[in-house]
Design a protein around this ligand. Structure first.
Ligand SMILES: [Ca+2]
Ligand SMILES: [Ca+2]
Length: 490
């Protein structure tokens, strides 16, 4: 194959056997058949309902066995095989089927499940031909990327790379010769808010391959890029795995397995047995890609760059303290992701909804005052403000919110005792959680129409409107999540 790591990463394999570690500790279940899921605490996120539902993941690889019962339920509408010009239905190797199962094998009561078992898999198979070199592969890779972007795929797994290394003269030379088309399409992908995940490669190097390290040369890619090195099933770096090196700032580690007996269990084509072990950074990257899909479901409107950052900052620091050139940010930890998200869910999201209500209340007070006023018809404007506080509950810290509202409208007298009008308001509420250093800001625009009438002793009024709320949530003190802004819903 022209994409060298497809062959370099070939199956290290043996029969699927019960892992000695698991056999001692727990029965193998669908959720634990891939022990990598245990190491990254996938269940902590999955059990909260974060399973990749609604998220499509592009997988540039050797194909997929589309008849596999553990993968068939999760095939995306889009896929593309450059060799046939049609959908990707077969695997030219076993690699793509294995990678795909790690991401999104179905939770269907049989076999095993993926990190994001409700996500959809969009396979991207570059056209290959005998004798092709890397330059032709470059064009074919850019072609399938372009097609996937056109199909609105925005999260990409890349368990492949050319065997040239970041920071070396050869690696640098690749950029202008056999990576030009890729670089252009990656720039487009990042401009479209994608997250691009790359394995670092399996050549025992201190530096990742040039694809995983590409932001070293093209810095505009860095915020949306994740490089992934491999650890064994106990969480230790494995010999074969190229280290994070110069890519440390956008790199982390995930389970890649180590050899025949301790490889990652996943799906393989049915004619190769259906399930098997394989080891490599190719197996590590899809754990991270699955986690990105889960993060996307957690934060549907966050930017791709913030999703990538979320996955990095919630990793467990391992190896040398802090960011280091072996493990980068550390070991993928979906337990931390779940804790951060559930903290947001139980606390800050509830707080910000409350804050929004405070802002809305301020606006309604102003409108109500206007309705009941006996002011002359015509243009009017008012400002309202206030501070609210609540004492919190078991899972929700107390908080203070400062709200300010400005509104302006125009009303018309209709006869002697009735008026109708329209108003536009803008409110902003800043909320701080007591003792938690978390904050939320809610800005709301409301357009309302209102009316009031008096007849004898009877006074009736009403208003109806539409509003838009923009939330910005900052969780300042979750372990490892400092500075991640995971805005917005509304
Ligand atoms: Ca299954
Ligand atoms: Ca470290």
């Amino acid at each position: 194959m022209t994409i060298r790591n497809f062959s370099a990463l070939a199956l290290l394999a043996g029969a699927v056997a019960a892992s000695p570690v698991l056999a001692q500790n727990a029965p193998i279940t669908e959720a634990t058949a891939n022990q990598g899921l245990v190491l990254i605490n996938a269940q902590a996120a999955n059990s909260l309902g974060f399973t990749g539902a609604g998220v499509t993941v592009g997988v540039l690889d050797s194909g997929i066995d589309a008849t596999h019962p553990d993968l068939r339920p999760n095939l995306a509408t889009f896929s593309y095989d450059g060799n046939t010009g049609g959908p990707a239905l077969r695997d030219y190797d076993m690699h793509g089927t294995h990678v795909s199962g790690i991401i999104a094998a179905a939770r269907n009561g049989a076999g095993l499940q993926g990190v994001a078992y409700d996500a959809k898999l969009a396979l991207m198979v570059p056209k290959t031909a005998a004798g092709d070199g890397e330059a032709q592969a470059d064009v074919a890779i850019a072609d399938v990327y372009g097609r996937a972007l056109n199909a609105n795929v925005r999260i990409f797994n890349n368990s492949w790379g050319f065997d040239y290394y970041t920071g070396t003269p050869q690696g640098r030379a690749m950029l202008d010769t056999v990576m030009r088309a890729q670089i252009e399409v990656f720039k487009r992908a990042v401009a479209l808010d994608s997250v691009i995940v790359f394995s670092t490669g399996n050549e025992y190097q201190s530096q990742p391959n040039t694809q995983a390290g590409l932001p070293y040369y093209v810095p505009e890619l860095a915020r949306n890029w994740l490089a992934v090195t491999a650890v064994d099933l106990s969480g230790e770096i494995v010999d074969y795995a190229n280290r994070c090196g110069l890519a440390a700032a956008w790199c982390l580690a995930a389970p890649g397995g180590d050899g025949e007996d301790a490889g990652i269990v996943s799906t393989v084509p049915l004619d190769q047995g259906g399930y098997d072990r394989s080891s490599g950074t190719s197996m590590a990257a899809p754990h991270v890609t699955g986690a990105v899909a889960v993060a996307r479901q957690m934060f549907p409107t966050a930017s791709g760059a913030d999703l990538a950052r979320f996955v990095l900052v919630t990793a467990t620091d391992v190896g040398a303290a802090g960011l280091d050139p072996v493990y980068g940010w550390g070991l993928l930890n979906m337990g931390n992701m779940a804790a951060a998200r559930s903290g947001l869910g139980a606390g800050l999201t509830a707080q910000s909804a409350w804050a929004a209500d405070q802002g809305q209340a301020v606006m309604l007070q102003g409108l109500d005052g206007r309705l009941k006023s006996q002011g002359a018809p015509g243009a009017w404007a008012a400002a309202q403000g206030g501070r609210s506080r609540h004492d919190g509950a078991a899972t929700v810290p107390g908080a203070e919110a400062d709200s300010l509202g400005l509104m302006a409208g125009y009303d018309l007298a209709v006869g002697e005792a009735a008026r109708v009008g329209a108003a536009l308001s803008w409110t902003t509420t800043d909320l701080d959680e007591r003792g938690a250093a978390n904050s939320a800001e809610v800005k709301a625009f409301t357009l309302a129409v209102y009316g009031a009438a008096t007849r004898g002793q009877l006074f009736v009024d009403g208003s109806a409107g539409v509003h838009r709320r923009d939330y910005s949530l900052t969780r300042a003190n979750v372990a490892g999540a400092a500075g991640a802004v995971l805005g917005a819903q509304g």
